[in-house]
Design a protein around this ligand. Structure first.
Ligand SMILES: NC(=O)c1ccc[n+]([C@@H]2O[C@H](COP(=O)([O-])OP(=O)(O)OC[C@H]3O[C@@H](n4cnc5c(N)ncnc54)[C@H](O)[C@@H]3O)[C@@H](O)[C@H]2O)c1
Length: 255
């Protein structure tokens, strides 16, 4: 696919990795829909990007909210070619903490946003993509999910987050296999630690340590590097059904 002229929906597009992706796709000539539950940040970003972007308040976990967003996209832009699922939340919680055991509710919440929300977007967007005409490569659409290296080397306190990102990684191949007959590719990116509002919640000393432990480059990832990989995936039709680690070769330690 060529980025220019595509219609792309970026969930979690108001912040961090999604924000950088929305900015880069728009710079390269795509029309970008920022689908996020943060109205203030999402609208501000859409205004900054200009005519190539719009914000639609969306809760990825809600069928009604996602359907209404996709209806608006169809009405305004005709079709949707690319879905980038960046909406997500993270928690750190031990099973046996100092004062409490891991709350059941917080586990469910992480699964709800990261797994059910991602899947909800995929199923409802794939149905729209399936209606697209094929391009010269036979493609109708592309879905890119955000997993995490926590899916593979989860640390202490990451049971919920790792389980959710493992689920995102695990659904990539079966979805790619199923949607292949419709000309829709499915890929996932598993980032290491990136400089975003989400990772800012981690203490500075811990972030520095991750940078030092990274074989090369010895630093955290930049959101623009995530966006760059999204663009490469869009442009390279042979990439399908795979989870790509984007992490400077780090393997996270237990803590
Ligand atoms: N930053 C990292 O180091 C890192 C590493 C690995 C994976 N990830 C994953 O990348 C994705 C993006 O993370 P980020 O660092 O940019 O985080 P972020 O907190 O900066 O942005 C996440 C965005 O998702 C939105 N969001 C949350 N729940 C939503 C919902 N129900 N509906 C719609 N929007 C919702 C938030 O409003 C926010 O704008 C997440 O899935 C995260 O788990 C991040």
């Amino acid at each position: 696919m060529k980025v220019k002229g595509l219609v792309a929906v970026v969930t979690g597009g108001a912040s961090g990795l999604g924000e950088a992706t929305a900015v880069m796709l728009a710079q390269l000539g795509a029309t970008v829909v920022i689908a996020d539950r943060n109205r203030e940040k999402g609208q501000k970003l859409a205004d900054e990007i200009g005519t190539k972007a719009c914000f639609i308040e969306t809760d990825v976990t809600s069928e009604h909210s996602v359907t209404s967003m996709l209806d608006q996209v169809s009405e305004q832009f005709g079709s949707i070619h690319v879905l980038v699922n960046c909406a997500g939340i993270a928690i750190g919680e031990k099973v046996i903490g100092r004062d409490n055991i891991h709350q059941y509710e917080s586990f469910q919440n992480v699964m709800k946003v990261n797994v059910m929300g991602t899947f909800n977007m995929i199923r409802l967007a794939a149905e729209r993509m399936e209606r697209n005409d094929v391009d010269e490569q036979g493609e109708r659409g592309l879905i890119i999910n955000t997993s995490s290296i926590a899916a593979f080397d989860g640390q202490i306190g990451q049971a919920a987050y790792s389980a959710s990102k493992g689920a995102v990684a695990a659904m990539t191949l079966p979805l790619a296999r199923e949607l292949a007959r419709h000309g829709i590719r499915v890929m996932s990116i598993a980032p290491g630690l990136f400089e975003t509002p989400m990772s800012e919640k981690i203490p500075e000393s811990a972030r520095e340590a991750v940078g030092k432990q990274t074989p090369f480059p010895k630093r955290l990832g930049k959101p623009s590097e995530f966006a760059q990989l999204v663009v490469s995936i869009v442009e390279n039709t042979m990439l399908n059904g795979e989870v790509i680690r984007l992490d400077g070769a780090i393997r996270m330690q237990p803590k």
